[in-house]
Design a protein around this ligand. Structure first.
Ligand code: AHR
Length: 557
């Protein structure tokens, strides 16, 4: 095999396919290349479709996400569209229309959807799930502590419609019985005139059914969602999904999957679920996976808050460490997928990564009531980019992903307080990467010198270039992350199975790795058009700046 390949490479006549291409890329002598790095795009090796839902969002009644972030109220002086912050709606319209998950998170398993419907003035005020969180005593009173239910189902669907995104509702499995779940489905999806609940919806101004397809059945059921064992949860899942009214829709029911690398949760859940036969798999469209990245370079402590680094002030090693934490997503997807395959051999059930992102320690939130609010720097932009690239490379396994969270919380695309609003570098990654949505991921191989850095407990490395590619008709979108904080990386990009007609390049980079956008300086980090060098034929040479995210749009001849 090796000698056949060597001969082929020597003659430069190799028909590049599959493993042969991978092996050839590795075997090609480095001295023969103009560049130190190499990217091979295998146009004839599709992985799977990349839908807008890979670019989904997550909205929880937590801190300043809903009140202050999304909902400013219909009578507000802040520009709004029927109570919803206009700047947010306008920015969201620039992104792929990925599903928006609501109302939590942990909040979902304490939420009674009935509290949020009907005339706003008669809705009850309830203690928010997060009221007793460690830092809450020092935070001001307000809707983050006492949920006023101004923003309920109709308002959420209104927001989804304004931005053109499908809704993804998370049902309460810890503190309400299945009947409340069915009735929420009925409220949302039944035709008006046929059911009292549907008429209630119509009376609130929404005669047309909401047509909600995506339903989460509990959230983090191994933790805040009920402290269930995997077996107990599987039993509950069967009970909750044994009958759900369809109203002509193909519902996509999503199970509460593992915390990061807990393969046992996945295995034990599927074992118990299938005790009633493989038919149960028909009621499970997606299996949720959550993975947050925080700096653990100083070693894990018993207090998980101490493992978190600062959002804007970090060392070079912490930069790399956080990106490496995010890079674990690759193994998590592959690991859970393999276990799922033991039970679901045809892989009908897909992964839904409905919480992901960077989680930094408190202190950079833009308003004191923004629990888990944090700034978002260039580092978070690279983290978002490499995670989206990971999803593309697993487009055969992932059906949806939802970054946590949309605004004012964790890895946000936006920060807002009262009349001030700013898009974070992560928003720009989402917009730039939006070109992938609607395409088909194709296998892409990266070869670049690894980068070394130091952990407290020893040396570590991270890859030198990473990314993904999708093909949409005759346009290839290739996105590339260069994590090196100081060195550019020049790569030869070889297209196998197509010829380059034209290339355009856009990049997000900054001279300071801590760069971020603020209300006063909203454009510090944003994408810029850059020059791209292409050799007519099949090779592009491009230099990726240090600490950057680049998109190459290649028209194929
Ligand atoms: O996103 C914040 C919280 O993190 C969510 O409520 C919960 O599901 C997760 O633990």
């Amino acid at each position: 095999m090796l000698s056949v390949l060597s001969v082929a490479i020597g003659r430069r006549e190799l028909i590049w396919t599959g493993i042969a291409a991978a092996a050839a890329a590795i075997l090609a002598p480095r001295s023969a290349r103009a560049a130190a790095s190499r990217i091979d795009v295998l146009l004839d090796e599709p992985i799977g479709p990349v839908t807008a839902d890979f670019y989904g969002h997550f909205v929880e009644h937590l801190g300043g996400v809903v009140y202050d972030g999304i909902w400013v109220g219909e009578g507000s002086k802040i520009p709004n569209e029927r109570g919803i912050r206009r700047a947010l709606v306008e920015h969201m319209r620039r992104l792929p229309r990925g599903a928006i998950r609501w109302p939590g998170g942990c909040f979902a398993d304490s939420y009674d959807w009935r509290d949020g419907v009907g005339p706003a003035k008669s809705r009850p005020t309830r203690s928010n799930f997060w009221i007793d969180e460690r830092t809450m005593p020092k935070r001001p009173d307000g809707p983050a502590k006492h949920e006023p239910n101004w923003f309920g189902t109709n308002e959420f669907i209104r927001f989804c419609r304004q931005v053109g995104a499908p809704p993804y509702l998370a049902a309460n499995l810890r503190s309400l019985p299945p009947r409340d779940f069915y009735q929420w489905v009925e409220y949302c999806n039944a035709p008006a005139g046929r059911s009292t609940l549907a008429d209630q919806r119509a009376a609130a101004g929404d005669r047309e059914p909401f047509g909600v397809r995506f339903w989460g059945v509990g959230n983090e059921s191994w933790g805040c969602g009920g402290e269930f064992t995997a077996e107990e949860y599987a039993t509950e899942y069967r009970r909750f999904t044994a009958w759900v009214p369809l109203y002509g829709l193909e519902l996509a029911l999503i199970g509460s999957g593992p915390n990061g690398g807990d393969l046992a949760w996945t295995r034990r859940f599927f074992t118990r679920l299938l005790e009633k036969g493989e038919g149960q798999l028909r009621r499970l469209w997606g299996w949720a996976l959550h993975h947050y990245s925080w700096n653990v370079s100083r070693g894990r402590t018993t207090d998980w808050y101490e493992g978190k680094g600062d959002a804007v002030s970090f060392t070079a090693d912490e930069w790399y460490e956080l990106l490496n934490e995010a890079d674990k997503m690759d193994g998590l997807i592959a690991g859970h997928w393999n276990v799922m395959g033991e039970y679901d051999r045809r892989h009908r059930v897909k992964l839904v990564v409905d919480e992901w992102g960077a989680w930094h320690r408190e202190g950079t939130e833009v308003a004191p009531h923004h629990l888990f609010g944090q700034q978002s720097t260039l580092r978070d932009a690279l983290l978002a980019a490499l995670t989206l690239d990971t999803f593309h490379r697993h487009a055969d396994k992932v059906a949806m992903a939802n970054v946590a969270q949309l605004i004012n919380c964790l890895h946000s695309l936006f920060l807002a307080h009262e009349d001030r609003f700013v898009a974070t570098p992560t928003f720009h990654v989402f917009e730039m990467y939006g070109a992938h949505a609607g395409g088909r991921a194709v296998r892409t191989l990266f070869s670049a010198p690894r980068i070394s850095y130091a952990r407290e407990n020893g040396p570590a490395t991270i890859w030198g270039l990473g990314g993904s590619a999708t093909l949409k008709e005759r346009t290839l979108t290739l996105t590339v992350v260069n994590p090196h904080i100081a060195e550019p990386s020049t790569a030869e990009i070889a297209l196998h199975g197509g010829k380059v007609k034209a290339v355009r390049a856009t990049a997000i980079a900054a001279s300071d790795i801590h760069a971020h956008n603020t209300f006063d300086r909203p454009d510090t980090v944003r994408p810029r058009e850059v020059a791209a060098e292409s050799v007519p034929g099949t090779v592009i040479t491009h230099t990726f700046p240090p600490a950057s995210v680049t998109r190459l749009s290649v028209d194929l001849g």
